[in-house]
Design a protein around this ligand. Sequence first.
Ligand SMILES: [Zn+2]
Length: 339
Amino acid sequence: MTKGIKFEKTCYLYLILSCCITLYCNNLFSKLESIRYIKSSNFLQIWIKNWDGDSATIQNNIEKNFEILSKHFLFHETLPQPLSVIVDGNWKKSSGYWSNQLRAPDNSQALLMTPASILDPNQNLKLFSHELMHLLHYQFRPHEHAWIKEGLALLTEYLVTGYFNSVLEEGFKNPTTSLIHFKNLDEMDFQIQNELSQYGHVLQYFYFLYRLCGPEHLQDVKATKYNERFIEEILKSKSSLAGIEFLDEVLRNTQNTNPVCENFDKSFTAFEVARFKKNIMKPDGYILISSHRASLQASPGFDLPPYSAGAYILPLQQDGCQKNEIPWGERKCIRIRKE
Ligand SMILES: [Zn+2]
């Protein structure tokens, strides 16, 4: 294994120098881990580096997850061929990673995962589906904004596994992050509390759209497939628009009769109110399981970044909510900032 790692480092240098040498290096790389066909027209390649542990389980888990994802409606017959998974024991920044620049040694498109995350039964499929969605989304919509990329990837985790990423809770604990002003994925630290809360915020919003703003409400079980198409539209649309303007277009074309789904602005307002108010009897007020509700601010003196919201209990000396705030019951106010 040590020998293999040495080869690998040398090959990275050579990759820069010459593509002929790259081909030579690839033969050495491929000896580090087997390459297996998943189906005749589709390749999965695994590149393990900086890892001396149990590579058989790693390979098995990746292949198992790849098979599940290949059959999922979001990924079915849309994955690049070949697809490479780089398993890097030295990667510390996050459990998984994807970038448009990331390539396997044979120059195929790749996503990266740590050995620990692949060996974690609660994490591996979620993470694989998340990074794979980033990779696929870029094929269809390279110009899309970071917050939509992230919202879609986080929602994908839920659509594939039925479980939410734990950042969901962070988004309720610290609800005042901006929905749309995301750092580029490359600049993310993945550890800072505010970033985790922001991930939670965008996951909540995309789940809200999925539940309410597809062609049918998900209260009707048969509507699932229509709402899946709605998510596919967000993933695959040929529209040149991006960000808020793109969501406006998608929502307009969907023609959902729910007024909160008419455009981004209306969906954003309804979503932010629902995060605080939580009314499980009313579809627009129902986002997630009933125990979730966003935390309140200690006093009215808080600042909000663009496209965010906060709520507070009225202090005794204050008569009512400020202008542009939404009264909530007798003594609470919801403040929403857009631009
Ligand atoms: Zn992501």
